[in-house]
Design a protein around this ligand. Structure first.
Ligand SMILES: C[S@@+](CC[C@H](N)C(=O)[O-])C[C@H]1O[C@@H](n2cnc3c(N)ncnc32)[C@H](O)[C@@H]1O
Length: 293
């Protein structure tokens, strides 16, 4: 079907028709809302008010190309270039994971339960979403954020600037602590942190086949996958880092693979941490909380 006219309601009709075979109607309506927000700056009310109006030809073309990209299962966040996270617009690119609602819940949990933390480090920061959302809400905290990917860190720095949050960035390999370096030489990294937060890669290669094309074909493999032979490698590195750098009253908060809850608890207990798992909004074991026992 061609877009019948430049009218807003015809664009809606066109997208609902073109994408019906691939997405449920509710999801297509969400895409429509996001695209009108991105291309015309309209919120949901404005979208309703302008349904009988026409848009210009160049904007119309953007809706056409976005619909084609959605047919290829390209994530909507890559099409518009951002994702909403804890009320913030976070830039995302193919080099950064798209922040997930489960991770928002972890940030909300920290804000509700651990706002007295002064020195915080976000390991595997990606787009910087966790560090930036925490800094927005705990203004007095000093926050560090590390990642192996220089491209992701560039996006994270841009996000930190956009949201006027002073985050100290480190580049390095979590599995090789000796490799870490501050992005700005003058920064002194503290010896201990009272909150270590992380959403590291945790999906086993064996789980790849069951994943949606819009994740496995478009999101960075580096951000997602771990070898089947050692799926907890990042949690071991976090526990080892925490043994050295977590303050006595400090807390580790990490997102985990729901299928590996008990193995992850065992690992942290082996390193001497008292560990609790919290469920996410879907009822899946998703968030690990650990403290020195
Ligand atoms: C699951 S993503 C999380 C991104 C972001 N924190 C979030 O919650 O949306 C994992 C991140 O770990 C980073 N990463 C992968 N291997 C790493 C390593 N060896 N050391 C440090 N970071 C690594 C990836 O670049 C990616 O940004």
């Amino acid at each position: 079907m061609h877009i019948p006219s430049n009218k807003v309601r015809d664009i809606e009709r066109y997208m609902l028709y073109e994408l019906a075979a691939q997405y449920p109607e509710g999801e297509i309506r969400t895409f429509i809302r996001i695209l009108f927000d991105a291309y015309l700056g309209w919120d949901t009310t404005q979208l309703l008010m302008h349904r009988e109006e026409s848009i210009n030809q160049s904007d119309l073309l953007k809706f056409h190309w976005a619909t084609e990209a959605l047919k290829q299962r390209r994530p909507i966040q890559h099409i518009v270039g951002w994702a909403d996270f804890c009320g913030l617009r976070i830039k995302v690119t193919p080099d950064t994971l798209i922040p997930r609602p489960e991770t928002e819940e972890i940030v909300e949990w920290i804000i509700k339960n651990k706002t007295n933390r002064q020195h915080i480090i976000d390991l595997c920061t990606g787009s910087g979403c966790i560090a930036i959302a925490l800094k927005q809400r705990i203004r007095e905290a000093d926050i560090w954020a590390m990642d192996i990917s220089e491209k992701a860190l560039r996006v994270a720095q841009e996000n930190a600037q956009t949201h006027n949050t002073g985050i100290h960035f480190l580049q390095g390999d979590l599995l090789k602590p000796g490799t870490w370096r501050p992005l700005h030489e003058s920064q002194q990294t503290p010896c201990t942190f009272d909150l270590i937060v992380s959403n590291p890669p945790y999906i086993r290669e064996a789980e790849r086949a069951a994943m949606d094309a819009n994740v496995k074909d478009y999101e960075p493999a580096l951000a997602l996958f771990v070898p089947d032979s050692d799926p907890l490698r990042f949690y071991r590195a976090i526990a080892e880092f925490a043994q050295q750098h977590l303050s006595d009253e400090g807390t580790i908060v990490a997102e985990i693979n729901e299928a590996l809850g008990s193995e992850t608890i065992q690992l942290f207990e082996k390193y001497g941490f008292a560990t609790t798992i919290h469920e996410d909004f879907r009822g899946n074991p998703r968030m690990l909380e650990a403290e020195k026992s």
